[in-house]
Design a binder for this molecule. Structure first.
Ligand code: ADP
Length: 441
């Protein structure tokens, strides 16, 4: 064969090898992006690293955040199980030097290198002859070393370094992803714990406050009956503040409903009109005290719903209480209910202070209040709507707020799904439910 042709053939073979290798690296990247299972990913990477560099084995060591030493995080072959978890000191070891010098290192004859940490070979009855090690970094932070061991033929070379560089960066990304997911999970768990601590504390504190408050209310009532003149006014002030405090404490006690589980609901069938009336009865005295106008528009048909009666009434009462609280004296509160396909929509509309667009969703968060806590004019704990939303969620319903803006009033919509066959038409409606609209308050 003429010399020129053979040189040409060599070139095209070398080129073909490069193309094969590139294809292989692309394939590796695709596999790496397709799963989040760290163990499987690292094993796959180490296997590819040994194949590409014609090595016997591979391992990954990670830096321990606290001690700074290196710990085997993954390895190939029979020794893997024993090797994982073993520690190599950073000081004076080959892996430590790779980290400290921040560059790849080839050791052709490990026995001649005093840095070789022989303890592990002895423990595992393994003979490490040659090493190619590569530092792994996540966003400029060194995290560990990828090593391939015992090249089967020849010595580790520049090509090996190039390929291992790519694989080491892939391993670093995989480790980073998993660590990020883990730290997010931890943060989430911590948040849940803190949240539970807070809720438990409020539940205990509110429970403990009830007893002494009961005593204050009891004695103040007795004293009021006997008191005359100025002291009568003083006792009246004590009593009214104690009553206010009782309302607050009841609100705190209701915080337990924020963690309400669906299994705690006691569903029963009830006429929607009765439920509306029950909620109205709860707020009637407040409406009267503020001299507001209350209007009720009942649905034209009687509707049977299936709810946890007490909890749904609590949700609706919370919304009505707000409408009354955030509407000036003389304002109008309108309660309407209609059936829309397989749902019932209950709406509470007021012409009060309204809600800025940015706050419409936030007001359903625990303790969120639109007013500045230091200067606010209205009382409350910021829990009523959180409880209302939880109750509606557990009924597989929805609740949201609309408002054209400050001073333009608000509208709260509570939607409940109707169980099939629950709607009763006018012919079957019991007599006391046939009134189309009932004026109240
Ligand atoms: P609270 O009434 O105890 O403050 P809520 O969770 O019931 O707590 O309501 C949260 C906040 O939503 C209120 O503090 C208020 O800023 C706003 N809000 C609720 N209902 C209305 C309403 N009808 N009109 C104006 N603002 C309202």
């Amino acid at each position: 064969m003429p010399e020129e042709t053979s040189a040409g053939q060599d070139k095209s073979e070398a080129l073909q090898q490069k193309v094969d290798m590139l294809n292989r690296l692309v394939e590796i990247s695709l596999v790496m992006n397709s799963t989040f299972q760290l163990d499987a990913l690292l094993e796959y990477l180490m296997y590819q690293a040994t194949e590409i560099t014609n090595s016997e084995s591979a391992s990954i060591l990670l830096l321990d955040d606290k001690t700074g030493d290196l710990r085997f995080a993954a390895a190939l072959g029979d020794v893997a199980e024993e090797l994982v978890g073993m520690i190599v000191p950073r000081q004076g070891s080959i892996a430590g030097s790779i980290i400290d010098q921040e560059q790849a290192m080839i050791i052709d004859d490990v026995d001649q290198d005093p840095r070789h940490f022989d303890d592990i070979d002895q423990k595992l009855d393994y003979d490490t002859r040659s090493i190619l090690g590569m530092p792994m970094a996540i966003r400029d932070r060194l995290v560990g070393v990828l090593e391939v061991l015992n090249r089967r033929e020849g010595r580790y070379n520049e090509d090996d370094i190039r390929y291992i560089t790519l694989l080491a960066s892939q391993a670093a990304v995989a480790i980073d992803n998993v660590q990020m997911v883990e730290s997010l999970e931890h943060a989430y768990d911590d948040l849940e714990k803190v949240n539970k601590l807070k809720t438990d504390f409020i539940a205990i504190a509110s429970h403990e406050l009830r007893t002494p408050l009961g005593v204050i209310l009891g004695y103040a009532t007795v004293l009021r009956d006997d008191a005359q003149g100025e002291s009568g006014e003083h006792i009246e002030a004590v009593l009214s503040s104690a009553l206010q405090m009782r309302t607050l404490i009841e609100g705190m006690t209701n915080l337990r409903y924020v963690q309400l589980d669906e299994s705690e609901l006691k569903f029963e069938k009830a006429w929607l009109n009765d439920i509306l009336q029950e909620a109205i009865n709860d707020v009637q005295s407040m409406v009267e005290a503020k001299g507001q106008i209350f209007e009720l528009e009942e649905p034209p048909e009687a509707i049977m719903i299936e709810v946890d009666r007490a909890k749904f009434v609590l949700a609706l009462t919370n919304v009505l209480n707000n409408a009354i609280k955030f509407t000036p004296p003389g304002g109008v509160i309108l309660l309407t209910a209609v059936r829309r396909n397989k749902e019932v929509w209950v709406q509470v509309r007021d012409n009060g202070i309204g809600i800025p667009a940015d706050d419409l969703e936030h007001i359903f968060e625990q303790f969120y209040q639109v007013e500045d806590p230091m200067t606010r004019k209205h009382g409350g704990l910021g829990l009523g709507l959180t409880i209302a939303r939880t109750v509606l969620d557990r009924h597989k319903g929805r609740i949201w707020a609309d408002s054209p803006g400050p001073d333009e009033g608000s509208c709260f919509t509570l939607v409940l799904p109707l169980p099939p066959g629950m709607i009763v038409n006018e012919m079957e409606v019991p007599k006391n439910h046939q009134k189309k609209a009932r004026e109240s308050a």
